[in-house]
Design a protein around this ligand. Structure first.
Ligand SMILES: [Zn+2]
Length: 305
């Protein structure tokens, strides 16, 4: 995809709408990113780009190192996320438990998978130097590789190939996703997770959405990601019904407030009538536009080969 500020890199419609989002990952409060949004297909992208691909790689390498030094609680939380991710992979029902996790960071998921008797490989060009399986007593420890798909054996395929919070960072997603697809065994699944642009949360957050970030180049939703992946000719797709985070309560469908609920809320706080009416209208609009996923702030989409 070749972004510019006028034409949608996904559906070629123009013109795009442009605005500034507050950069959630910037150390300084007032840093912004330039966002372009396509009203035709509800896709958004960053332009001009804040970082080159090389700058991103350097930042991630140092961020992973820093994350390794965080408290046990954070590691525990990442373990809880991995457990939900593995539950979702089990729901897909792969005939064999073989996993390739692309962009695996320090290998938390691959290690958790190995503990559940998956044959797991974790791959990340920015893997920290000290990444190693936490549990060393595993019968089949995960293979953790600092590098790219080229480092895998030719023809090596897996029942689940996953990219969690990766696609939004890729300078050019299409070739990477096509390479990932080649690693999916027939009948297996490619699983992608990213923030949901077509969500109630994004609409309510305006310029302050958490996903506006220096390193996020693309803002997908289930429909736009499926559109990008159409050339892969997947057999079927499956969208996780919830956000795979232990602290998240969002379900795929967000029941919007009724007109009666709006009236009752305003009766309780009449001095806030205008913002309450506006917020409820936004909730109804999001639910009407994207009834199948407006409640998901982060979505997980699986495509079967
Ligand atoms: Zn578009």
């Amino acid at each position: 995809m070749n972004p510019d500020s006028r034409t949608c890199p996904l559906c070629s419609a123009s013109p795009a709408e442009t605005f500034l989002g507050r950069a959630f990952d910037a150390p300084e409060q007032d840093t912004t990113v330039s966002i372009c949004a396509c009203p035709a297909c509800d896709f958004a992208w960053q332009w001009p780009l804040e970082r080159t691909a090389q700058e991103s790689a350097a930042v991630f390498h140092s961020e992973y190192q820093a994350a390794r030094k965080e408290s046990y609680f954070d590691k525990e939380r990442r373990g809880e996320v991995a457990a939900l991710q593995l539950d979702f992979l089990d729901e897909l029902g792969p005939p064999e438990r073989t996993l390739l996790d692309i962009g695996c960071g320090d290998g938390t998921l691959a290690t958790a998978a190995a503990q559940r008797r998956w044959a797991a490989v974790g791959l990340d060009p920015a893997m920290p130097e000290d990444a190693a399986p936490v549990a060393t007593n595993l019968a089949r420890p995960p293979r953790l590789i600092r590098g790219t798909l080229e480092q895998l054996g030719a023809g090596e395929q897996f029942m689940c190939v996953t990219l969690w919070d990766v696609v939004e960072h890729l300078p050019d997603p299409e070739p990477t996703l096509a390479q990932a697809w080649e690693r999916v065994a027939p009948g297996g699944w490619l699983v992608l997770e990213t923030g949901n642009y077509q969500s109630t949360e994004r609409m309510l957050s305006g310029q302050h959405w958490w996903a506006w970030q220096l390193d996020h180049r693309w803002y997908f939703a289930p429909s736009t990601l499926a559109r990008l992946l159409e050339p892969l000719r997947f057999r079927q797709s499956c969208l996780a019904r919830r956000v795979l985070r232990p602290w998240s309560t969002g379900n795929a469908y967000n029941q919007p407030p009724s007109a009666l609920q709006t009236a009752l809320s305003i009766a309780k706080r009449p001095w806030r009538a205008q913002p309450i009416a506006a917020e409820h209208a936004t909730r109804r609009q999001a639910a009407a536009r994207w009834p199948e996923w407006s409640g998901l702030s982060i979505f997980t989409l699986a495509l079967q080969k």
